[in-house]
Write a protein that binds this ligand. Structure first.
Ligand SMILES: CC(C)(COP(=O)(O)OP(=O)(O)OC[C@H]1O[C@@H](n2cnc3c(N)ncnc32)[C@H](O)[C@@H]1OP(=O)(O)O)[C@@H](O)C(=O)NCCC(=O)NCCS
Length: 144
């Protein structure tokens, strides 16, 4: 029952609804500013936020970005009251289409180690753990 979910690129006016959705889905952490992440994604040609809209309300989102080599998915979220209806699968498919259209041969994403239960969802959609390890370093002071 996913036919009525309309998926479209976000505009500036979607910011508060999308940030509220991310909060409701447990995706907001103290060291990231979700509103700034949203604004930054809309300000660049190589990234976007897609919204899943149902009856005029944003109930799903996914952020996409590409670095010239790989595509990335961030902030995949389905409103808890609408989970289990295929909307997550559809949002990922739209994200993959966006990245494929941008010429990206591969898509990847990070899963927090506090959110391991989502791994089964991604595996269902054909994702697998790569034989690599991530290293990182802050170039700015994480806030707060
Ligand atoms: C992860 C999330 C986006 C899934 O959205 P959803 O709309 O509930 O997922 P769907 O209904 O599209 O499920 C797609 C498939 O995955 C399966 N699936 C969904 N959640 C699953 C889980 N926790 N374990 C195993 N399978 C799962 C479904 O059974 C379905 O299988 P099918 O299409 O083959 O029948 C949603 O649970 C969510 O927003 N979670 C909180 C935010 C989050 O963790 N985001 C990811 C950050 S990395």
């Amino acid at each position: 029952m996913t036919a009525t979910l309309d998926i479209r690129p976000c505009v500036d006016a979607d910011r508060d609804a999308v940030v509220a959705l991310w909060s409701a889905c447990g995706l907001v952490v103290p060291w990231n500013d979700p509103a700034a992440d949203f604004v930054l994604a809309l300000s660049k040609d190589n990234s976007a936020v897609l919204a899943g809209v149902l009856d005029g309300r944003v109930v799903a989102s996914v952020m996409v970005g590409q670095d010239g080599h790989r595509g990335w998915i961030y902030y995949l979220a389905v409103d808890p009251t609408h989970q289990g209806r295929g909307f997550g699968r559809r949002m990922v498919a739209e994200a993959e289409s966006w990245l494929a259209a941008a010429g990206m041969p591969k898509v990847q994403l990070l899963v927090r180690n506090t959110n391991e239960r989502v791994l089964a969802f991604y595996e269902r959609l054909g994702y697998a753990k790569p034989p690599t390890m991530l290293m990182q370093k802050w170039l700015t002071n994480p806030s707060p």
